[in-house]
Design a protein. Structure first.
Length: 183
């Protein structure tokens, strides 16, 4: 595959991604849909519906800043969780540092990750075969790999995600089953 550079996609209301989430002992279906637009701290955001949650994602960076459930904030960050840093291209690195509050677990702290795009690759998931930019997230203190993300320009989001942070939920993997991102 020829290396490519991916720019931030322009999302639209109605974009939908269906994932199979694998956790130890079971697999569940998880749908994400761009439902509406909103403001968060005077920044334009999309509201992404996922199960019973609404996730606020900045329009400028497509980064998570807050989660709500039943009209109540359950998680928030002081600045965007910069999993993607546009444009994505092989060899790119950045720090993803933000303070967070997790009201469900009653915790708060600082997330400090070194993000790396080690390669671009073609991968096969349930939804098909896609050219992707792979992003790896490492704990900045320990150097341990905590997550991997495969972003596809065709899908306009991730086709696969793996989380290894056992301190939170244990191993988890999302694999794209289907998507709708027509313009």
């Amino acid at each position: 595959m020829v290396p490519f550079k991916t720019n931030k996609p322009d999302w639209k209301i109605g974009y939908t991604w269906l994932y199979a989430r694998k956790v130890p002992g079971k697999t569940i279906q998880l749908q994400r849909e761009v439902g509406k637009e909103s403001l968060y701290r005077n920044e334009a955001c999309f509201v992404v519906k996922e199960g019973g949650q609404e996730i606020l994602v900045t329009k400028g960076t497509l980064s998570q800043v807050q989660n709500m459930q039943d009209g109540k904030v359950i998680w928030r960050a002081d600045k965007p969780n910069l999993v993607m840093n546009w444009p994505l291209e092989q060899g790119k690195k950045w720090r993803n540092i933000y303070k967070f509050e997790d009201f469900q677990r009653g915790t708060s702290g600082v997330s400090d990750r070194l993000m790396v795009v080690p390669k671009v690759e073609t991968i096969r998931v349930s939804a098909g075969v896609f050219d992707t930019a792979k992003v790896e997230a490492y704990d900045s203190e320990t150097g341990r790999l905590v997550a991997e993300y495969w972003y596809s320009p065709e899908v306009k989001w991730m086709v696969k995600v793996r989380w290894y942070d056992v301190s939170v939920d244990g191993f988890r993997e999302d694999e794209l089953v289907s998507f709708k991102v027509e313009d």
